[in-house]
Design a protein around this ligand. Structure first.
Ligand code: NOJ
Length: 748
């Protein structure tokens, strides 16, 4: 046995040297094909099946655990990949079993949900998206990969690129919000960040575009629920971020839990074969989500696990996450001729290619590096970057009479269940993030910034529950204060997986606490921590300032203090619409018009598409976010006619007209007025983030090409049509169109 292993490794190593600088663009033919085939030829069917099996190590289990005896399985060569295992000691222990105790010594692949940081936790992905800063988002993923890869991790189950238009769905916190264009840009930035420019470098890890597909469109925002939509909607709204990830060279894909048009995603050949492999040419491997092959039984799509395994394999699923279906049934399915061995060979090839591209055959322990772990994990640079990302992710929703920023001399009453919190502040899916210790609470951040003397703190109430016994103490600490800062929101477990809600107001007694405090007549600043849009209609009317900080991560408390006391100016813009109430959901900026839109001059007219009890407009629209300063826009367009083979150039001179230096996120929206498939009312087609000193002006330009005007027509061709288009450039999605042009060119 030993001899065989040694032979294998030597023959592989000989060929390896020419391949170790492989670029991350994985969509071309694999440079490892020969080495992979040489291994494949040595493998028994059982060993091949083993490579398609992914088990959790038992840590951080988020679903039913299929077996406790994974070490024994590794020893028997029945496992190709393990997730939820990290630390150098632990991954080394498991890797040693695979390398030294199995017949062929094929190294394990270690996966983990490194979603927004590994040890240094960054703001949740929804928050980061509000920075609209691709370089910063990429950097945050890069740092996450650097830390994770030092602790033995090779593969992250991120980015989640699901478009989400329903804030009841708790997983909205893990994505980039509601917009396809922005979501696609962010998908690319995150893939680049995790994978770097070369997967064979020891600080890069495989990324995984998930959850394929349309998971964010679960009916009624209930997690794992049915998804049913037209192919046009699927292609126009939900698929582009996945395609962007493929174009960026993403290494792996994860199927989603939901069914789509009656077929569970893990058996969906339309998604996995027709689109992913044939149309997009994806060359990496496809893993299921946690036990989603087994879940085809309750879906009513498979009669038993064996049947489910047959459906998944034949649809093109390469790896089974935690379900043991491939482990238990693939061999028999092949023997019975229901699945071909060639299909398993293809899956194993793709998996081994990734192990090669990471350099694991070169050195299976190269990602297990205690020295690098010590140097990189929670390093000063990582923490400083996390603080910056947190600041850039915050969105100022309201600031009456310029209450913010607060002077550092003010006496502050700091109140609320999240004010002294070091657990929720790092948010859901916070991987190996340290809650008690590294994480900085708002109280700590405030004390560091302005000293203890001017701060009085009281929790006031819990996040959930009905105990108002501390309300009096909270009122008491407001005495002698100039301003009241309340830190409220959701518990970190109220968003993320399996965390759907139907009531999106501040949970528990938090609003009641604000009501009691409001009686003091002192100005209230509300600092929010939450993983989804909340319904804040009452708060908007009753407090003076609102800062949305989401779950800002390890350095959250310092970042909040930086913004509140004016050491930085908020610049984040919403990437998800905040509804007035749950009844408005779904409400998103790029809706269609209907045949009976409201006439703004006659809002009460009957027989129009509206509600009797609430406006159609959301509370805070997509793209919205205030600054301590103000900006004006002077927009020009180079031509009213879009001529063949040319472009429309839109320029915007932006001036900082307020009293602070600041950053503005300028957004370009376009509206196709008439076309053969009804258009959305507006679509984001470009954005630029610029920094302007007080009084300064800068001119930015956007070029619009015919590619920006394409849509899926009746035959599902992606094309454009001549006609009139309107546009505007501004600091939010709810502004009027100011310019138009006529596209003369015919369809392409
Ligand atoms: C289930 C989640 O849906 C998925 O996003 C995650 O990567 C896996 N569990 C593994 O933890």
């Amino acid at each position: 046995m030993k001899k065989l292993k040694i032979f294998l490794l030597i023959s592989v190593l000989g060929l390896l040297f020419s391949c170790t600088t492989q670029n991350t663009k994985l969509n071309t033919e694999s440079p490892y094909r020969k080495q992979v085939d040489s291994i494949l030829n040595l493998m028994t069917l059982d060993e091949k099946i083993g490579q398609t099996v992914l088990f959790t190590s038992g840590w951080d289990v988020t679903g039913p655990s299929m077996n406790d005896n994974y070490k024994e399985y590794i020893k028997q060569g029945k496992v190709g990949a393990v997730f939820n295992a990290f630390t150098t000691r632990y991954t080394k222990e498991l890797q040693q079993i695979a390398v030294e105790e199995t017949r062929l010594g094929i190294p394990l692949l270690f996966g983990y949900d490194v979603i927004h940081g590994h040890r240094t936790i960054f703001p949740i992905p929804l928050a980061e998206s509000c920075s609209w800063d691709m370089k910063l988002i990429e950097k945050s993923a890069r740092i996450a990969a650097t830390e994770a890869s030092a602790e033995g991790i090779h593969w992250t189950f991120a980015p989640m690129v699901d478009i989400a238009r329903d804030p009841r769905w708790g997983r909205i916190s893990e994505g980039a919000g509601e917009d396809t264009y922005l979501g696609s840009r962010i998908a690319k930035a995150r893939v680049r960040g995790f994978q770097g420019d070369n997967l064979s470098k020891e600080n890069t890890i495989l990324a995984c575009a998930k959850h394929f597909a349309a998971y964010g469109a679960a009916q009624a925002g209930r997690d794992y629920h049915t998804v049913d939509m037209s192919e046009r909607e699927l292609r126009s709204i939900y698929l582009p971020p996945f395609k962007a990830a493929v174009d960026e060279g993403v290494a792996t894909f994860m199927t989603s839990f939901n069914e789509l048009d009656g077929i569970p995603a893990s058996a969906n050949t339309f998604l996995l074969k027709d689109i992913l492999r044939n149309e997009w040419g994806f060359k990496g491997f496809v893993v299921t989500d946690y036990t989603s092959i087994n879940e085809m039984i309750p879906h009513g799509y498979a009669k038993d696990e064996k049947h489910a395994g047959e459906l998944a394999t034949n649809a093109g699923v390469d790896m089974d996450m935690q379900g043991s279906v491939y482990l238990n049934h693939l061999k028999l399915l092949i023997e019975e001729g229901k699945v071909s061995e060639e299909q398993i060979n293809s899956a194993v090839r793709r998996i081994l290619e990734m192990k090669f591209s990471l350099g694991l055959f070169d050195n299976p322990y190269r990602y297990i590096d205690p020295e690098r772990e010590k140097e990189t994990v929670l390093s000063k640079h990582h923490l400083e970057t996390a603080r910056k990302v947190a600041r850039e992710s915050m969105v100022l929703l309201k600031n009456e009479n310029h209450l913010l920023p607060l002077s550092k001399e003010k006496k502050i009453a700091l109140i609320g269940p999240l004010a002294n919190d070091e657990a929720s502040i790092i948010g859901n899916w916070s991987a190996a993030g340290d809650r008690k210790g590294a994480a900085v609470s708002v109280l700590e951040g405030f004390i560091k910034k302005i000293g203890e003397e001017n701060i009085r703190y009281e929790k006031g109430c819990e996040i959930i529950g009905g105990d108002f016994s501390r309300f009096n103490k909270a009122v008491e600490v407001t005495r002698n204060s100039d301003v009241i800062v309340m830190v409220m929101g959701e518990h970190q477990n109220m968003s993320g997986e399996a965390a759907s809600r139907t009531n999106l107001s501040l949970p528990g007694l938090q609003r009641d606490l604000i009501k009691s405090i409001k009686k003091t007549g002192k100005p209230i600043v509300l600092i929010l921590m939450n993983g989804r849009p909340l319904t804040l209609t009452w708060e908007d009317q009753n407090v003076a300032a609102i800062l949305e900080t989401w779950f800002p991560g390890t350095m959250g408390g310092h970042a909040v203090a930086d913004i509140i006391f004016g050491d930085d100016n908020p610049s984040g813009k919403l990437t998800t619409t905040f509804p007035r109430n749950v009844g408005q959901i779904p409400v998103y900026y790029n809706m269609k018009n209907t045949g009976r839109p409201i006439d703004p001059n006659k809002p009460d007219e009957k027989y129009k598409s509206k509600y009797l009890d609430v406006s159609n407009k959301p509370l805070y629209p997509f793209g919205y976010g205030l600054s301590y300063t103000s900006f004006t826009y002077d927009v020009n367009i180079n031509d009213k006619v879009f001529r063949p083979n040319s472009e429309i150039i839109v320029s915007a001179k932006i001036t900082n007209t307020g009293d602070y230096d600041g950053e503005e996120i300028a957004q370009l929206y376009i509206h196709d007025k008439v076309r053969s498939i009804t258009p959305p009312l507006k679509e984001l087609k470009g954005f630029k983030k610029i920094s302007l000193k007080k009084g300064e002006s800068k001119t930015i330009t956007f070029s619009i090409s015919t590619n920006d005007l394409r849509f899926y027509d009746q035959e599902m061709n992606y094309r454009y049509e001549p006609g009139e288009f309107e546009l505007f450039v501004g600091g939010s999605s709810d502004l009027p169109f100011t310019h138009s042009f006529e596209l003369m060119e015919l369809n392409k």
